[in-house]
Design a protein around this ligand. Structure first.
Ligand code: NAP
Length: 241
């Protein structure tokens, strides 16, 4: 029974993490930008009134991170698991919802930086803010949802600059964090969740988000300090950098 904070918890993989954690008895703080626009979380709250707490959280907003920390400090006092799940790809509404800016010749630095902020910098900022809560937790873990598209080894075609590079950056930032916070007993790893049937992955994807979330949680339970800084697939196999 862990105390868990999940970002981007209103839909997709984040929502699947919320369900899976609740089903195994965890207490969940579901970080969501606009709780009033997350009806599935509201339904879950009615079913799990003691276990599920909604927490307004825009991961790119320092004030939002700070007020989330204050709510966690007051309601939980410690965290056992931080799941950095929130992210966007180049087709997400937050990235403009069109592929135009993906093409060489039309790349836009502000859009690229916004993608880097959400996908790479924000998870580190949130982890930084929550370190004291995690250090006070039991078997604390930070898991970061990356992508196979962040792998340098796997990059054999051009394009998709922002998303791929933002996930590569996330991998490096979290590997660096992993080696630093292991001294506090916090195990940090990076996961490729696989291709999932979410708004981002589309209906033709191979995995349901529930399959990915459940598998990642099982792998996470078995992590040991020697796993800190690894890049893993959802099923626990090694992912090439
Ligand atoms: N789907 C796949 O096949 C796939 C493959 C590889 C990796 N991934 C990674 O898996 C993670 C989850 O993806 P998904 O498929 O579940 O995507 P999704 O269905 O598009 O959901 C994205 C989630 O991120 C949240 N989010 C975006 N910007 C945010 C911000 N600034 N602050 C807080 N939350 C924010 C969204 O919140 P709102 O509801 O408020 O927009 C939403 O809950 C992402 O990191 C993604 O890169 C997905």
């Amino acid at each position: 029974m862990s105390r868990v904070l999940i970002t981007g918890a209103g839909r997709g993989l984040g929502l699947a993490f919320v369900r899976s954690c609740l089903e195994r008895g965890d207490t969940v703080w579901a970080g969501v930008r606009q709780p009033q626009k997350a009806p599935q979380l509201t339904e879950l709250q009615a079913k799990y009134p003691q276990q599920l707490h909604l927490i307004p959280l825009d991961v790119t907003d320092a004030a939002s991170i700070d007020s989330a920390w204050q709510q966690l400090q007051a309601e939980a006092g410690a965290l056992d698991l931080l799941i950095n799940n929130a992210g966007i790809n180049s087709m997400s509404a937050d990235a403009g919802g069109s592929a135009a800016h993906l093409r060489l010749g039309e790349l836009d630095s502000n859009r690229m930086l916004a993608m880097f902020h959400i996908n790479a910098v924000a998870p580190l900022m949130l982890a930084q803010r929550c370190i004291d809560l995690l250090a006070a937790g039991e078997n604390p873990r930070i898991i970061n949802i990356s992508s196979w598209l962040g792998s340098l080894t796997n990059k054999t075609s051009g394009g998709n600059y922002s998303y791929c590079a933002s996930k590569t950056a996330l991998n490096m930032l979290m590997r660096a964090l992993a080696f630093e916070v292991i001294s506090k007993g916090i195990i940090t790893v990076i996961f490729n969740p696989g291709w999932m049937q979410t708004d981002m992955g589309g209906p033709r994807a191979k995995l349901t988000p529930e399959e990915s979330a459940q598998s990642i949680l099982k792998v996470t339970e078995k992590l040991t300090p020697s796993d800190a800084g690894r890049f893993l697939n959802w099923d626990g196999t090694e992912h090439p950098w």
